[in-house]
Design a protein around this ligand. Structure first.
Ligand code: HEM
Length: 234
């Protein structure tokens, strides 16, 4: 940037530009180098780990439900054929969208963490300051009172008439809720569709005998022992 060789229109450029405006604590308008580093880490975790988890679970689940793998592949060939997917094509992948929505219901990438900075009333409870709260989205997404008896079943069909008709109550929030909601859920879905459609165009896939189904929840829900999948060229 100092040699004038970079344009500032990507996110790293914008962050560095903000840093170059001088540290706020020293009277400048900009952010500190540590802030730049923390922002990069946030994007790496929030933007990469989440989409990676979505794609891994989707491949696993499509191995377990080959009928949905076939339906997704048929749709890809109908809409995109063997061509490179274009942005407009991705919007037409309705079945793939339903599949991703159902995967994000059963395997939502994140747990939400909040802490109280002051005494806070939540329903009937008064929570003192300094308490950490966890909202395990996956438990709400698997609650039979919200999703009916088939709550634990993989059934993308439930999203065929949109998210609002999928559950008895509006309690589907794989991208969070309120002011801290994901800022790039659409970008994440575009990335996931781009990758999955190109895998489906080239391969059919099945679980390796070494795969052990063990969803493991830390901050991001991941397959604890990995997702061993065998790809077969079409
Ligand atoms: C399938 C993919 C994704 C999922 C499931 C997902 C999920 C979430 C969730 C649940 C939150 C809320 C966290 C909270 O309230 O504590 C969040 C926040 C966030 N997401 Fe995503 N996300 C995805 C993709 C992305 C991508 C691709 C980016 C950026 C390139 C991104 C950037 C962010 C950022 C910066 C925040 C923090 C927003 C804030 O605190 O104001 N996410 N995401």
């Amino acid at each position: 940037m100092q040699r004038g060789e970079s344009d500032n229109d990507d996110i790293l450029g914008l962050l560095l530009k903000a840093r170059n405006e001088g540290n706020k604590s020293k009277g400048g308008r900009g952010i500190s180098t540590d802030d730049v580093i923390e922002e990069c880490k946030e994007f790496y975790l929030a933007g990469q780990d989440t989409t990676t988890a979505l794609l891994s679970w989707t491949l696993v689940v499509l191995c377990m439900h080959p009928e949905w793998q076939d339906r997704a592949r048929n749709e890809v060939f109908q809409v995109i054929g063997k061509n490179k997917p274009k942005f407009d094509d991705l919007n037409q992948l309705k079945i793939m969208n339903m599949i991703f929505q159902e995967v994000l219901r059963l395997y939502p990438a994140l747990i939400l963490y909040r802490s109280t900075s002051k005494s806070t009333k939540l329903g009937d409870m008064t929570i003192p300051p300094g308490v950490q709260l966890r909202v395990p989205i996956y438990l709400v997404h698997r609650n039979p009172e919200v999703w009916g008896d088939g709550a634990l079943m993989f059934n993308p069909e439930r999203f065929s008439e949109g998210v609002s008709k999928a559950a008895k109550e509006p309690l589907y929030f794989p991208f969070g809720w309120g002011p801290r909601m994901c800022i790039d859920n659409n970008f994440g879905m575009v990335e996931a569709k781009l990758v999955l459609s190109q895998i489906l165009q080239r391969f059919w896939f099945e679980l390796s005998p070494s795969y052990k189904h063990a969803p493991h929840v830390t901050l991001v829900m991941k397959p604890q022992y990995g997702a061993q999948i065998i790809l077969h060229k079409l």
